[in-house]
Design a protein around this ligand. Structure first.
Ligand code: G3I
Length: 347
């Protein structure tokens, strides 16, 4: 018996030695974890990278359940010549999202940047009808396919006054309400957002936005949400973000973090990366603690394709994965936050 037992033990241990180590269960992705909180988790998408980089594509599909066009739904991209719409790249993104069961944030209808050159040569008297036509043609084209539209983007100065743009000059402050009304006529199912940067906290700029959206709500203008972009630095302390999102929530508006990234002075080091992780985490928690905060979108998820180094000299490493798609502390922080239990349901 003993011999048999010994033989069996030896065979058993040999089998264990040659058997592949039991595969560790794969870590859940952000997408899987966010679903537990009924939170949309999104990224901006660079269409050139989507076409050329398979890893980039695969990670978008596995990690996110929402996508935003980084550039291809902007006016200069959609209507480079007057009435000459080019839907191709934007349609590709919508098809990608559909294939991967993702929702789409539409970005952006009214802005002062990335407008087509032809717009600047039009007489002011034509701008109202041109803006209405662009909004309605675009929203109708994507009707039923867009979850949230950024209808008006970056219309405020830092002091809380309306920014001096082509739209304010030609149409007066009522252009904001008109844009929302026109978009709503074109797709009654889309959630319509005002979107801006440096309005994460309670400050003069977010006070200005708050006063405007409160008035729009009172007038019955179809505005459904406020997007806080959340472009920050690793030194940022978003101390009043929860309070700020809460006051928009109390107006009955949805909120969303729409363009999160956290840059740092290069080179990166472990202290900066941890500080960056803390900023991402604080912003995600502020959203999770706000009942109607619908989604948390990062403005690109890998340092391989980031707008930051091209704009902020000497800064970079703003995203949650590095340029080789390896997880940074920020990615792990988001995953840890989303692993916590929660009871919220989307408002
Ligand atoms: O399309 C041209 C291309 O034809 C040309 O060859 C190339 C050469 O530089 O430039 C291309 O345009 C670039 C465009 O992105 C499309 O790739 C512009 O130079 C570049 O300035 C532009 O940058 C974008 C920026 O908005 C412009 O305002 C960034 O990728 C994009 O991440 C950034 O996104 C904005 C949000 O829409 C609004 N909130 C702030 C955020 C960051 O600035």
């Amino acid at each position: 018996m003993r011999t048999v037992a010994l033989v069996l033990a030896v065979v058993g241990s040999l089998a264990a030695a040659v058997a592949p180590a039991a595969a560790a269960a794969p870590e859940p992705t952000l997408r899987q974890l966010a679903a537990r909180h009924d939170l949309g988790i999104g990224t901006a998408v660079d269409m050139a990278a989507l076409a050329n980089d398979q890893v980039y594509r695969e990670r978008i599909a596995s990690e996110f359940d929402s996508v935003t066009a980084e550039n291809v739904m902007k006016w200069e991209a959609l209507e480079p010549t007057r009435g000459g719409y080019q839907w191709g790249p934007a349609d590709e993104l919508v098809a990608f999202a559909r294939a991967n069961r993702q929702s789409v944030r539409g970005h952006v209808l009214v802005w002062h940047n990335q407008n087509p050159a032809w717009l600047s040569s039009l007489p002011a008297t034509e701008l109202r009808s041109v803006l209405k036509a662009h909004i309605q043609t675009t929203v109708r084209h994507f009707k039923g396919k867009i979850w949230q539209w950024d209808v008006v983007n970056e219309a405020f100065n830092e002091d809380g006054t309306l920014r001096d743009t082509v739209w304010l000059r030609a149409l007066g402050p009522g252009y904001v309400a008109d844009a929302f009304r026109w978009a709503h006529e074109a797709d009654r199912g889309a959630l319509l957002f005002y979107n801006d940067y440096n309005i994460e906290d309670v400050n003069a700029k977010s006070d200005g936005v708050y006063a405007l959206v409160r008035d729009l709500k009172r007038q019955g203008v179809p505005i459904h949400g406020v997007g806080v972009q959340a472009h920050h630095t690793a030194g940022y302390a978003p101390q009043t973000m929860r309070e700020n999102l809460g006051r928009f929530d109390a107006l009955g508006l949805r909120t969303a973090v729409t363009e999160a990234d956290v840059r740092m002075v290069m080179p990166s080091d472990s202290v900066k990366l941890q500080a960056q992780a803390n900023v991402y985490s604080t912003m995600l928690k502020a959203c999770l603690l706000t009942p109607r905060c619908l989604s948390f979108t990062v403005w690109g998820y890998t340092d391989k394709y980031s707008w930051v180094p091209g704009v902020f000299e000497g800064e970079g490493a703003a995203n949650i994965l590095d340029e080789n798609f390896a997880a940074k502390p920020a990615y792990r922080a988001l995953r840890d936050d989303l692993s916590l239990g929660g009871t919220r349901r989307r408002g």
